[in-house]
Design a protein around this ligand. Structure first.
Ligand SMILES: Nc1ncnc2c1ncn2[C@@H]1O[C@H](COP(=O)(O)OP(=O)(O)OP(=O)(O)O)[C@@H](O)[C@H]1O
Ligand SMILES: [Mg+2]
Length: 377
């Protein structure tokens, strides 16, 4: 249990009809004030209050919760979805997305990721539950909710006979936003599409078409961006470009939710990771904590002679002996303390145990999912 904070939240009116929230607090009687850049400074449209009038809340927070005293930008509550076929794609999903974070939603095929995103973006109707996006209910207040959200869909679907420029301009217009060529130019330049803006989409490569989908999603300057497997089937270079772009969007304050099957992508990009399986969110965790779990490696040593038990001298290594006694298995955390493989091999040699062969393997994302799902059920 972390240290207790008394948190004082002060709301101040700032320009453009937004409130800016600064959080100040005390720790063990000492005052601290998170810096502007690091602290939970949140811009939220709130009902007007007289300028300068502070609202003081006294909250009791656990250490690790203080940064998140802010309301979520997306709040999903008790969401279920049963398709007409009778398939229950979402089962009582609850999820809070923090303002300004990059959230990676992982899960095996069919877990319900695209369904969840589809509901939040207003493309799929939920069966039960509510979703609030930046203060707007996605059903009762759908117009405003949708202007806040941009979606890069999993499937490549756009008008192939249109030019890039026409498609992107049309997308912006769909959200009732006035034309802003300078913004569209910036987006197209960032995605290296500017020189091709008069080309028909059908003449572009797969990776470029995917960039057009991103440009469309950004055309109306959304505050929340969903990327549903943005890098599936794209080359390494484009993947890295996308990561850079996602990071730059985040630095502008855009909240990003992405799905991916690439562990490296989640590792590079995400602040937090959610894992879905069979329509349920089975885990939501900070990336660094989860990566420690994902970083498990295994060394298997095939032995010349069968062992009946693990020798006393090797107990410090937490080894496993295979059922037939022909294999010693050493599980270690590749990211944690430096693995003691060299020591282990030396000790094994000193005991006169001959090794026939050795293998190392790293758990794949699917392995981890299977383990998580198994642990969950
Ligand atoms: N329109 C639909 N009608 C009926 N069932 C559907 C429909 N769309 C999705 N499903 C089913 O809902 C479940 C969840 O699908 P969803 O596309 O949300 O999964 P996903 O996690 O995005 O998977 P992937 O990683 O393959 O993209 C699957 O069993 C799928 O077959
Ligand atoms: Mg999907």
């Amino acid at each position: 249990m972390g240290a207790k904070f008394h948190v004082r939240v002060t709301l101040e009116l700032c320009n453009f009809g937004y409130w800016t929230t600064y959080v100040y607090g005390e720790k063990h009687g000492r005052h601290f004030a998170p810096s502007r850049s690091r602290g939970p400074r949140i811009k939220t449209p709130l009902p007007p209050r007289p300028q300068g009038e502070p609202v003081v809340l006294n909250l009791d927070h656990r250490n690790d919760e203080i940064e998140h005293a802010a309301p979520s930008i997306i709040s999903v509550k008790n969401l279920t979805k049963t398709y007409a076929s009778g398939l229950q794609a979402l089962k009582d999903v609850n999820l809070e997305i923090r303002r300004g974070e990059i959230f990676a939603l992982l899960g095996p095929n069919g877990a319900g990721k695209t369904t969840l995103i589809g509901i939040i973006c207003g493309l799929v109707r939920s069966s039960e539950g509510t979703v609030i996006a930046d203060g707007h209910d996605i059903v009762t207040d759908y117009r405003l909710a949708r202007t806040k959200i941009g979606l890069v869909p999993q499937e490549l679907s756009t008008d192939m006979f249109e030019t890039i420029w026409a498609t992107v301009s049309f997308s912006r217009g769909l959200f009732g936003k006035p034309p802003k060529p300078a913004h569209l130019e910036k987006v197209l330049r960032e995605l290296s599409l500017w020189d091709k803006r008069h080309q028909k989409i059908m003449t572009l490569s797969g990776g470029m078409k995917r960039r057009v989908l991103i440009a469309k999603a950004l055309s109306h300057e959304p505050e929340i961006l969903f990327l549903d497997e943005p890098t599936a089937g794209v080359d390494v270079e484009l993947r890295r470009d996308m990561w850079a772009m996602v990071r730059s969007l985040r630095s502008l304050g855009v909240t990003i939710i992405l799905t991916t099957h690439y562990i490296e992508e989640a590792e590079q990009m995400a602040d937090r990771i959610g894992v879905m399986s069979k329509g349920e969110i089975i885990l939501v965790e900070d990336k660094t904590k989860l990566m420690q779990k994902l970083g498990k490696k295994q060394l298997s040593l095939q032995l010349q002679q069968l062992l009946t038990k693990i020798p006393e001298q090797l107990t410090q290594y937490e080894l496993e002996l295979s059922k037939d006694g022909g294999q010693l298995i050493y599980n270690f955390d590749a990211r944690g303390e430096r693995p003691k493989i060299a020591d282990l091999l030396r000790d094994i040699a000193e005991l006169g145990i001959d090794i026939k062969d050795l293998q190392t393997c790293e758990s794949s994302l699917e392995d981890i999912f299977v383990n998580l799902v198994r642990a969950h059920s």
